[in-house]
Design a protein around this ligand. Structure first.
Ligand code: SME
Length: 151
């Protein structure tokens, strides 16, 4: 299956010894957005060390104005607080949602843990409604585990 077949390339990016973590995270965003047809925007938001805000470290897809998101705001901010995956089948049905593009119909946000602490997240937008399944959740949890090893 497509997602499984990407694991080898993600691992290769993680193991590139010469690159900084942030560069590797950018390469992972580029890979996933390019290779998975319904991943229209892929980004990593990371928690500030002291302030309750998320900061966009890397992204692939249309540029967004939302480079800093307070904890609790939008889907991303809610995941920063809940520590749980958030799959949104229809973004228009959400009250606490930050729109980055009028084309987006569904979204998934998966927290990224380091030593048991929620330190950030991968956020994926799709222009297709109900785009994400448990297969995406399991794959993206795996991606975040790999990224956690280089942070
Ligand atoms: N939709 C997100 C904001 C980030 S953009 O999707 C890039 C949210 O509601 O938190």
């Amino acid at each position: 299956m497509k997602l499984e077949s990407l694991k080898e390339q993600v691992t290769a990016i993680i193991e590139l010894s010469t690159q900084e973590a942030r560069v590797k995270m950018q390469e992972i965003c580029d890979l996933l957005q390019d290779q998975v047809s319904y991943y229209d925007w892929v980004g990593f938001y990371m928690a500030h060390e002291t302030e309750p805000t998320l900061h966009l470290w890397s992204q692939a897809g249309e540029p967004t104005d939302h480079t800093i998101i307070p904890f609790g705001k939008g889907i991303c901010g809610q995941v920063a607080v809940s520590n749980k995956n958030f799959v949104v089948d229809d973004v228009h049905a959400q009250d606490n949602y930050i729109a980055c593009s009028i084309h987006v119909k569904s979204e998934v946000v998966i927290p990224l843990f380091k030593n048991g602490k929620n330190i950030g997240q991968i956020d994926i937008d799709s222009n297709t409604a109900q785009a994400f399944t448990t297969a995406d959740e399991r794959f993206l949890e795996w991606v975040n585990e790999q990224v956690g090893t280089i942070l």
